[in-house]
Design a protein around this ligand. Structure first.
Ligand code: HSE
Length: 409
């Protein structure tokens, strides 16, 4: 019998308890022995829940119990998740987490401790919820040179952008609906400003390169300045706008960024809608592979946690190398990354196109009826070049830029 403790009986933690109970036979068959929940660490009591008799409030009880060999961290945040996870690893227990903030901030250190103690720190559920992506990177794609990972990694923003796209909703209206449905938090900043996606692409980049990534070095732009007018243009162009977390490796250079991107119907991520996530991985031998599914939610995320518990039990007494070392990755300056740009310009195209073409060269023009503005789609330019040209268009040519969205068309 293997005994597990769950720290944090919120949405994911209660899902883990439910799956450990409901899929007991399946889990035992996978793990090679019975896996039982022994403790649930939480500040609260849960008198009417199936784990009522397992609730503890003192972390030291599970830390000092030699029977507990696997600890699940589903508290979220860094404090006390970080000191608790670290103490468990140092005590020779496996730690499984769904906490992307913990992995992005302290992954390198926690993986090092796990290696030194001959245990494991697993975090499949920290990116893409129930979608298998971490394990494919360190197992199935082990022989690949990863050239790109691009994903829709946040279900809340994808839901909001889908509402704006399919129903013409405003950002504020779609956000309110996402909050009413429980997808978005009352304080939605982490999702809508792209911070959640930033931590997830940092983790994927570390897994792909084997190096530590400082997520604060990843250029991060959220969706708060995307408007219903942008989607009116997108509709006319047969495109959509999605929030991408992307990392692209070329030689020694790695660009990693989070930003809304305009994509066409032929893009594999175009059809990833509502709260779903999708992740493209390009390998030098594999070509492109796509992972799709539920990127959040109680049972899908808890399912990924439970799979990690099984992996930990299967590897009792040995550390599984995930390939993420302490070597630091230098993220290339965003100014050197190149994109096409969808640009909305104030005024009538007839009056302003000459100035726009003087600055950007040949562009595609898109006009909407009854608008005192128009849009253009530029050729591929570096961010630095784009900024220089935008300043020129704004200042010298008196043609104000109303919006810029990177485009992959
Ligand atoms: N807030 C996240 C999302 C939860 O919307 O995708 C899963 O990490």
């Amino acid at each position: 019998m293997v005994y597990v403790a769950v720290m944090g009986y919120g949405t994911i933690g209660s899902g883990v308890a439910e799956i450990l109970d409901q899929n007991r036979a399946q889990i035992a068959a996978g793990a090679g022995e019975e896996v039982a929940l022994k403790y649930v660490l939480d500040l609260r009591e849960f008198p009417d829940s199936p784990v009522a008799d397992k609730v503890i409030h003192d972390f030291n009880i599970l830390l000092e119990d030699p029977e507990v060999t696997v600890v699940v961290e589903t508290m979220g945040g860094l404090n006390p998740a970080y000191p608790f996870a670290k103490a468990c690893l140092e005590a020779g227990k496996h730690v499984v987490t769904s906490n992307k903030a913990l992995v992005a901030a302290h992954g390198t250190e926690l993986l090092k401790i796990a290696r030194e103690r001959g245990v494991n720190f697993f975090f499949e559920a920290s990116v893409g919820g129930g979608i298998p992506i971490i394990r494919p990177l360190y197992r199935c794609l082990k022989g690949e040179q990863i050239q790109e990972i691009t994903g829709i990694l946040n279900g809340t923003t994808n839901y909001i952008l889908t509402k704006m796209d399919k129903e013409g909703a405003s950002f504020e209206g779609a956000l309110k609906e996402a909050q009413d449905l429980g997808y978005a938090e009352r304080n939605p900043e982490a999702d809508v400003e792209g911070y959640d996606t930033c931590r997830k692409i940092a983790i994927l980049t570390a897994m792909a390169t084997g190096k530590e990534v400082n997520y604060e070095h990843i250029y991060t732009e959220g969706i708060t300045r995307i408007t219903d007018v942008d989607f009116r243009y997108a509709e006319k162009m047969g495109t959509s706008v999605k929030l991408f977390g992307s990392s692209r490796m070329s030689g020694d250079q790695v660009h990693a960024w989070v930003a809304p991107v305009m994509i066409g119907r032929s893009h594999p991520l175009y059809a990833v809608s509502d709260v779903f996530n999708g992740i493209l991985v390009k390998g030098n031998m594999l070509g492109t592979s796509m992972f799709y599914g539920s990127g959040a939610g109680k049972l899908p995320t808890a399912s990924a946690v439970v799979a990690d518990v099984i992996e930990a039990v299967q590897n009792a007494g040995q550390n599984v190398p995930l390939g993420w070392t302490g070597q630091k990755l230098e993220i290339a300056d965003m100014e050197t990354s190149a994109h096409r740009y969808f640009v909305r310009v104030a005024g009538k195209a007839a009056d302003r196109m000459a100035a726009v073409e003087r600055v950007f060269g040949e562009v595609e023009t898109i006009e909407l009826d009854g608008m005192d503005e128009f849009a253009v789609l530029t050729e591929k330019l570096s961010e630095a070049d784009f900024k220089e040209k935008a300043v020129c268009l704004d200042a010298d040519c008196q043609a104000g830029i109303l919006q810029m969205i990177r485009a992959e068309l």
